[in-house]
Design a protein around this ligand. Structure first.
Ligand code: SF4
Length: 141
């Protein structure tokens, strides 16, 4: 039986970097008859909300101020994986283009809005452990 992990911001939790959320009606509708748990890897790592935005560059994660936050992002990914394993998660619906949650693409590290193919840190770790990923834009309407 499928069990979903969902990015908490897609379910209206105010865990996004700017203190807001990405509440998504299509995700909510898709999950209505499904078993799911909600998680935010960046908040789980101890990062505050609001916080500076971060992007991936050359395999590391940097805040917009230039601080290397790779350790925090890796810690969030490890916590997400442990949470998935504890709850028997098989699938994940993650926020598109996030440096933690992005499934198909991420921002390119220049903070200019440019997107390149790639995955967020958490998405990558979950995928490596066999969890099937989709983002909110993959939800069938
Ligand atoms: Fe949403 Fe993921 Fe960013 Fe948390 S880390 S705010 S769940 S995109």
């Amino acid at each position: 039986m499928s069990k979903y992990l969902v990015s908490a911001c897609l379910m209206g939790h105010n865990c996004k970097y700017n203190g807001g959320n990405n509440d998504n009606a299509a995700v909510r509708a898709f999950l209505r008859d499904k078993d799911y748990v909600v998680f935010c890897p960046e908040r789980a790592s101890g990062l505050p909300a609001p916080r500076l935005p971060s992007e991936i560059r050359d395999g590391r994660v940097y805040s917009k101020a230039g601080d290397d936050v790779t350790a925090e992002f890796n810690a969030g990914a490890e916590k997400a994986l442990a949470f998935c394993q504890k709850h028997g998660v098989t699938h994940a619906i993650l926020k598109a283009r996030s440096p933690s949650c992005g499934v198909h693409a991420v921002y390119d590290g220049t903070f200019t809005g440019k997107v390149i193919p790639g995955q967020g840190v958490t998405a990558n770790l979950l995928s490596e452990h066999g969890i099937i990923l989709m983002d909110e834009e993959d939800i069938p309407l």
